[in-house]
Design a protein around this ligand. Structure first.
Ligand SMILES: Nc1ncnc2c1ncn2[C@@H]1O[C@H](COP(=O)(O)OP(=O)(O)OP(=O)(O)O)[C@@H](O)[C@H]1O
Ligand SMILES: [Mg+2]
Length: 359
């Protein structure tokens, strides 16, 4: 990318208020004028603000064509933010998948760096799990499962289909957005890392969000696809239980969600893991297999974690092949054996291995 692209758009202010399609056909996004985005967001008015993250604020807007957009306005420009902007635009320009948030375009001029996305009317997973829509209980069990599958498919595309492969590095509830149909869209590629062919892992400065970081990444900065798999496992537990990845106990002690869930898994008390807001309305076998997938994903050792392709397959198998497989399991084996390709004995082995003290 095209740093030279940004240079050539710095003159953008002099353009009329309409957008123009980028000349380079490799990049399908639009370059917006500052005027258009100021107009769309009511000059980044506070009432238009959707939220704020580490790198800037996000505003709702409506373009002159009537299209709803979300505009991320990066904070004051630093070399780090500049890099963030370049990576985000570069990566989003490369990827297209129904479970990844689409980039509509951007603006770069003076000190302003603005990224324009499709607006997601059902906000993010964090809003529903822990935020202002939590009390509305809009996420029933089937919706939660389909959001889990959608996010897994988006991630699987990044890991296995995008070229070069992409490690997201910041999988978390605020980065899973929901469209009108509550379909999951994985967002925020600012931390992403492009992995050249043939490279198995890279060592980098640690970025990402506490509570979702794989141990080998948090401790040694060793990053590979399996770091995303770990974060996805944490997200999965969060979706099932409605709990935050890290909980502050009375007295200030912090407990992570894997420490919390482990005793329940050991006892086979899967139903007690489920978000009480679901009031018992969930499919017990789906819950069990989904928890076991999460336990596999959050294995301390990256080599023992599944790939996202396997995760998608297991989560989908949990729906489609569920009845048939459960019957087979019940007929032939006892409670500790394989369910939907996820071995309970393996998951138990994982959780008994060095779970405490945790990271
Ligand atoms: N396209 C969008 N449609 C609707 N809401 C969005 C959109 N993009 C971002 N948001 C919401 O805006 C808020 C701020 O997002 P942002 O990505 O800046 O921060 P974050 O995800 O909370 O943290 P971080 O900076 O670590 O990514 C989040 O709640 C996010 O879900
Ligand atoms: Mg975000």
């Amino acid at each position: 990318m095209p740093w030279n692209c940004f240079c050539c758009v710095a003159e953008e202010d002099q353009e009329p208020a309409q957008t123009r399609v980028h000349k380079n056909r490799d990049y399908p996004w639009e370059i917006y004028s500052l005027k258009e985005l100021l107009h769309a967001t009511n000059s980044f008015h506070d009432d238009n603000k959707i939220g704020e993250g580490g790198f800037g604020s996000v505003y709702w807007g409506r373009t002159s064509k009537g299209v709803e957009i979300a505009v991320k306005r990066l904070k004051t420009m630093s070399p780090k933010a500049e890099m963030e902007f370049a990576v985000e635009v570069e990566i989003l320009g490369r990827v297209r998948h129904r479970n990844l948030l689409g980039l509509r375009g951007f603006y770069a001029g003076g000190d302003e760096r603005l990224i324009v996305y499709d607006f997601m009317p059902n906000h993010s997973l964090i809003t529903h799990l822990h935020g202002k829509l939590a009390a509305d209980c809009l996420l029933d069990w089937p919706r939660r499962l389909s959001i889990a599958i959608g996010s897994a498919e988006g991630l699987s595309y990044l890991h296995h289909e995008a070229s070069p492969h992409i490690i997201h590095r910041d999988i978390k509830a605020s980065n899973v957005l929901l469209d009108t149909e509550f379909e999951a869209k994985v967002a925020d590629f600012g931390f992403a890392k492009l992995i050249p062919d043939g490279v198995t892992h890279l060592t980098t400065r640690v970025k990402g969000t506490l509570g979702y970081l794989a141990p080998e990444y948090a401790m040694w900065g060793k990053v590979s696809e399996s770091c995303d798999v770990y974060s996805f496992g944490i997200l999965l537990l969060e979706i099932i239980s409605g709990k935050k990845p890290i909980e502050k106990l009375p007295g200030g002690v912090k407990r992570d969600i894997v420490q919390w869930v482990t005793p329940y898994v050991q006892k086979g008390a899967f139903n007690q893991i489920v978000d009480p807001r679901l009031k018992g309305k969930f499919d017990k076998e789906q819950v069990k297999s989904t928890v076991l997938v999460a336990m596999k994903c959050t294995d301390n050792s990256p080599d023992n974690r599944p790939t996202m392709i396997e995760v998608v397959d297991w989560l989908k198998g949990g729906i489609g092949r569920r009845k048939k497989e459960i019957r087979k399991v019940e007929d032939t084996e006892d409670d500790q054996d394989e369910v939907h390709g996820v071995e309970l004995s393996d998951a138990r082995e994982n959780i008994t291995r060095a779970r405490s003290p945790r990271r």
